[in-house]
Design a protein around this ligand. Structure first.
Ligand SMILES: Cc1ncc(COP(=O)(O)O)c(C=O)c1O
Length: 377
């Protein structure tokens, strides 16, 4: 590599470091987990591990890796079997697996809206949705976070087929989209509503289907994006929607076509996670109860603001945001894995501690966490 190029890269990193926003990879062990997306504990579940081992025996005839794109050598019966059961679980007509939530959003949003169409997306939408839209030939506009009125105004300037893209539970703020109002508005404008369920799957709905199904909106939502790296403790994602959408994506979605399919062990893990998911009602109830408790405790402290009230993703804003990194370091030192979220991941001025609650967190851990935050603010 030329030294000129290396220097340029160093300079970009130095700019980030000067802003205090340099990203670095860290490994943590032995800390109380208030950071991961393993809401229900499936990623650490011995029951799931044992079930996967047992189920793998039934698929020994399949190759370990998919060996190619699913349009070439990479397809087999387990994909089709799993997709049919995913569609039925989330009450859609069909499902198509992608290699990650990132790929699913990029693959869906870059392919579906066509030139001349209009997409409105919530400004707090995940980077993968924004990246997908950047690759699309359709026009796309953001609307103010969870602001149905702003969307209503913006819909007036739409042309072509209209799409509205939201998350059911927002990854950074932890709040829910007003899905019923959004569905009504989309209906009035014959707009197709697309809902990313990444942070709702496992947690909402009697069987953890996600918020769309929990609210009975499955027939009003055009496509649900279901991701498997969070409460499902695994990896990959599926787009659930009409059969014609599945066929369309198989033909036009480059993130689906030009990549190797998921390996067999990932499919088996998913199948097993879905087997356990309906029965995790106690875990679902516990994580919500712990989240409510954390909200109560944190909002008693002075010098901080914590939102939202009823979410397992809790954002803690400090009156003195410059203390954020120090507080996060103090938490790590005292044994709590909590990370600060800084720009550009969130807009400047909204940096926060992102505290995630899990079914396996204990009341004692939570009390300890609150005490360190109280001391540091
Ligand atoms: C809302 C949302 N969508 C999609 C993704 C991407 O999912 P994955 O981690 O499976 O790529 C994430 C998580 O990073 C997310 O928070």
């Amino acid at each position: 590599m030329s030294s000129v190029l290396k220097n340029k890269l160093q300079q970009k990193l130095a700019e980030r470091a000067a802003q205090g926003n340099l990203r670095e990879l860290k490994t943590t062990t032995g800390l109380a987990d208030f950071c991961s997306n393993d809401y229900l504990g499936l990623a650490r579940s011995e029951r799931l591990r044992a079930l996967i081992r047992q189920e793998e025996e039934n698929y020994k005839q399949l190759p370990l890796g998919a060996t190619g794109s699913r349009l070439l050598s990479g397809n087999h019966g387990l994909f089709e079997e799993l997709e049919a059961s995913i569609a039925s679980y989330h009450q859609g007509e069909a499902a198509l697996l992608f290699n990650s939530g990132y790929s699913a959003n990029v693959g869906l949003l870059s392919a579906l809206p066509q030139r001349g169409d209009t997409v409105f997306y919530d400004e707090a939408s995940h980077a993968s949705m924004k990246d997908g839209l950047r690759l699309s030939f359709a026009k796309s506009y953001s609307f103010r976070h969870n602001n149905v009125e702003d969307l209503r105004q913006k819909l007036k300037r739409a042309t072509g087929q209209v799409y509205v893209v939201v998350e059911s539970v927002y990854s950074m703020d932890g709040d829910k989209a007003p899905l019923r109002e959004l569905a009504r508005l989309c209906n009035e404008h014959t707009a197709a509503l697309i809902v990313d369920e990444a942070h709702a799957v496992g947690l909402y709905g009697d069987k953890g289907e996600g918020l769309t199904v929990a609210l009975g909106l499955q027939d009003q939502v055009f496509a649900q994006v279901i991701t498997y790296g969070k409460a499902m403790g695994s990896h990959g994602a599926a787009v659930v929607g009409p059969k014609v959408l599945r066929d369309f994506l198989i033909n036009y979605s480059r993130a689906f076509i030009y990549t190797t399919g998921l390996p067999t062990h990932a499919l088996v893990a998913l199948k097993c996670a879905y087997t356990l998911l309906p029965d995790l009602r106690e875990e679902r109830a516990r994580v919500q109860q712990l989240a409510a408790l954390l909200y109560l405790k944190l909002n008693k402290l002075s010098g901080i603001r914590c939102t939202p009230e009823d979410s397992v993703i809790c954002s803690v804003f400090l009156q003195e945001p410059q203390q954020l990194k120090m507080l996060a370091a103090a938490l790590q030192k005292e044994g709590f894995d909590v990370r600060p979220v800084m720009p550009p991941t969130v807009p400047a001025g909204t940096e926060r501690l992102r505290v995630i609650v899990h079914a396996y967190n204990t009341e004692e851990e939570m009390e300890g966490l609150v005490q360190v935050i109280a001391k540091g603010t």
